[in-house]
Design a protein. Structure first.
Lengths: 297, 297
């Protein structure tokens, strides 16, 4: 292994990412974050990913970086927030060397460019255990959308095909041949703008049924999903009926599910009074689900 | 091992700590953080601690929690910021059970009360490796103090005895008998208010010489420390001359070092033009240091 010490590592790989003035070149005890003019409210979210638990060991470092960052940005999108910047905590296992870090930083740089954000600060340590990565992302949220605002009569929408992440992970693991799905696993697209004006929203990283269930729980309502209205990509649709069900409960998707009173867009379900999420088939009959959703834990 | 699942764990141990409205009961994709009225500027800091690297394995969970939180609060104090709230990321190793989590949460609750802050959000995952804990703390900073403002002619101050943390760790490890120092290791006191009006400040978690060195580097100046002016606790002073030197370069202290043009307080040194930090003995002669400071890395 050849790895720079902490200060050298920060200087070489991380300081170039800290383009915002508030990052202070990563030289201060804390970063400074200004709430945008007229928007004093910040949305803050954080995700920790452990190698072998949340992403495959020996995955490409640039894609590990971008997926980690995008999963946090997706949480901001679910709150109808706009991305401002992020912190990065690295607990580096012994196998991580400078070429790995260089590729990891290049992935972050690409997505900083794409989403117009800057690294603001963080912490870098060594660990005798598994590589552990944490991103904390900040967004401005003048009119944040929470999970608790759904009411009976609202319709339920998703922002794109469901199941690409679930089957994408199978493709990454070599269990099926689907390069586009593998890319969707590694590079989810945060749906900025989609949740604006919604009564409630969440990203579906735990699966559509589970995350709509979180909305229902927080809102004190129930939901009914029309199985045949749920959009699937062509690759997933071609896998058959069981794949359609698995797509509703599989994890690793980063589309949003949101509720709104009415829309010209096509709804996948509706909010009703009661508890829980029910899926109806084309004949209007409830579908039995083997599980509600995915948990890494 | 007996440990609750992620959702149950959050409900039992973490949700009771999320007292701020912006935490949304830990049910949303992101927390909401309002910049205080008239203070749009937030200070943000984050520290990751790995069991066996940054704290002794099998340390008391309540003290591990409080030290992690206080080390972050100390960074806010160094920026002259006031604490507002924090995020908590837990990567739990297999040995962590519910009693451990209960004691850990009790430690956080005690310090939330002491410092008037709330848990705002976080992430909880399992890890096959070492217990890895991250706190990200937020503070309001109307007039933040950075590391880059020291100028020749400024005096150098510390907020309290130096070396208690370094020798406290030895006490925790059973290498010496000093219960008060062990407590100082586990429960550092963030020096809120002390840095207000300073030209530059840092906490001395890397050691006085190293962190004053960071100020010098960021400010483009040098510093001279008067060895005999550096305050030591009675226990550390009793350890003799080498202990006095070790206290200047030992880590794990959470006093602040700051620079200011003049003061009625007693200075430990002064800022001069040039580079680096020089320590002078009672006869005004430079002292050779075996190392500049401590790094966990």
């Amino acid at each position: 292994m050849s790895r720079s010490g902490e200060f050298e590592l920060i200087r070489r790989f991380l300081a170039p990412l800290a383009t915002a003035a508030g990052a202070g070149g990563l030289e201060d005890d804390a970063a400074l974050l200004d709430a945008p003019e007229g928007k004093r409210r910040l949305a803050v979210t954080t995700d920790t990913m452990v190698e072998g638990v949340h992403f495959p060991p020996d995955g490409p470092p640039s894609l590990i970086a971008r997926r980690l960052l995008r999963s946090n940005l997706s949480d901001l999108a679910a709150m109808a927030a706009r991305p401002e910047g992020y912190l990065l905590n690295l607990a580096l296992s012994e196998r991580i060397d400078d070429p790995w870090l260089e590729a990891f930083a290049a992935g972050l740089a690409a997505d900083q460019e794409e989403f117009g954000i800057s690294l603001l600060g963080g912490d870098t340590v060594g660990t005798p255990g598994a590589l552990t990565l944490t991103v904390t992302a900040f967004g401005s949220a003048s009119t944040p959308v929470r999970r608790s605002g759904a009411t009976p009569g609202d319709l339920v929408f998703v922002t794109g095909p469901v199941g690409d992440g679930y089957f994408g992970l199978k493709a990454v693991r070599g269990e099926m041949e689907a390069p586009r799905l593998a890319e969707r696993y590694w590079l989810p697209s945060p749906r900025f703008g989609a949740a604006e004006g919604a009564t409630a929203a969440a990203d579906i990283s735990d699966g559509l049924v589970a995350d709509l269930g979180h909305i229902c729980h927080a809102s004190g309502v129930a939901a009914v999903i029309d199985l045949e209205a749920v959009p699937l990509s062509a690759e997933v649709a071609a896998l058959g009926a069981q794949a359609r069900l698995d797509s509703l409960t599989g994890g690793d998707d980063y589309e949003l599910v949101f509720t709104a009173p009415r829309s010209t867009a096509i709804a996948v379900g509706r909010i009703v009074s009661g508890e829980g999420v029910t899926v109806l088939d084309g004949a209007g009959q409830p579908v039995a689900l083997a599980r509600q959703g995915y948990r890494h834990d």
